[in-house]
Design a protein around this ligand. Structure first.
Ligand SMILES: Cc1cc2nc3c(=O)[nH]c(=O)nc-3n(C[C@H](O)[C@H](O)[C@H](O)COP(=O)(O)OP(=O)(O)OC[C@H]3O[C@@H](n4cnc5c(N)ncnc54)[C@H](O)[C@@H]3O)c2cc1C
Length: 269
């Protein structure tokens, strides 16, 4: 059972330590890391945009995790000394398989964007994914779902950049109705697109960002120019902070959306 609220949180949570069973470059900007191991038997897949916290070992190879699993884990984490505190980031369940393909129990696929900063360096989580080898361990902590349409929703809108692609695909893969669904995904390369489950009411627009154009502008321009369905809509948007807030601002100011009808999350800034 999950806890219902603004977001849908898992009923019970614990820090789990799965290990890498495979790593694969799946497209120009994505690496898929498959996690496995008996620890994942205690992971409860919820579908949609289910996300979890990732904790990576320190440079000395130590993986120390908080012991508390209620809200106090954050304080415990922050109180760890810098040299023992694991690096924490957030990722999305791309796929969970109760019986995996690699013969090591359940498996969880995570699609990591290999993004570079202004100096051409990868962030710690992207670098970890690029170099991940079978047997490498990490900590994970389930956070549940943010996709929460109101009951009167007549159509839905999903907008994201590449960091939100796993969540958009998770939502599309979990839908159980044929409501009209308008999807805008902005990517750095057309080959980063992935196959989408065929849904009768869905229109998926893959938008390629030209080199030098700030992240999010391409998706926002396409959204502003789009003819969208009438009636009460629900929007879910995530990715670069500017994209998520820009989408929300446009929908509320120009398209008559109530603030409660938009779930927006800045995945990075
Ligand atoms: C709920 C949630 C779910 C997420 N799911 C996924 C997921 O499934 N896959 C995924 O790849 N990401 C996902 N993200 C985004 C991911 O957590 C961030 O991109 C994270 O900052 C990456 O960590 P890092 O250590 O690689 O880089 P950091 O050390 O955090 O950042 C290094 C530099 O890169 C920049 N940067 C960070 N992320 C990006 C990016 N995506 N594109 C371009 N520049 C960036 C930063 O501004 C900084 O300059 C999710 C975020 C949230 C909040």
């Amino acid at each position: 059972m999950a806890k219902d609220g603004k977001y849908c949180k898992p009923e019970r949570r614990e820090f789990l330590v799965p290990s890498v069973v495979a790593r694969k470059r799946i497209s120009p900007n994505f690496v898929r890391v498959t996690l496995g191991g008996e620890a994942l038997r205690r992971f409860v897949p919820m579908g949609y945009d289910q996300w979890f916290r990732v904790f990576l070992s320190t440079a000395a190879g130590v993986l120390r995790l908080p012991k508390r699993t209620n809200g106090l884990w954050v304080a415990e984490y922050m109180l760890m000394s810098k040299d023992t505190r694991p690096i924490g980031r957030n990722y999305t369940v791309r796929q969970y398989r109760a019986e995996g393909e690699y013969g090591e129990g359940p498996e969880l696929d995570v699609d990591f964007v290999l993004h570079e900063d202004a100096d051409g360096e990868l962030g710690p989580a992207s670098a970890w994914a690029r170099d991940a080898s079978p047997g490498d361990e990490l900590g994970i902590f389930d956070e549940g779902i943010t996709y929460r349409p109101p009951a009167d929703t007549r159509w839905r809108l999903l907008v994201g950049d590449e960091s939100a692609l796993p969540a958009v695909l998770g939502i599309l893969g979990s839908l159980t109705d044929d409501l009209p669904t308008e999807v805008f995904v902005e990517l750095p390369h057309p080959e980063d697109a992935q196959p989408v489950r065929s849904l009768p009411g869905a229109t998926v627009r893959w938008l390629t960002r030209e080199r030098g154009v700030p992240v999010g502008e391409t998706a926002l321009a396409a959204l502003r120019a789009a003819d969208l369905p009438a009636g009460p809509g629900y929007a879910w948007t995530a990715g670069a902070q500017k994209l998520a807030t820009g989408v929300r601002r446009h929908l509320v100011a120009d398209r008559g959306f109530g603030k409660d009808a938009v779930t927006f999350t800045g995945y990075w800034r």
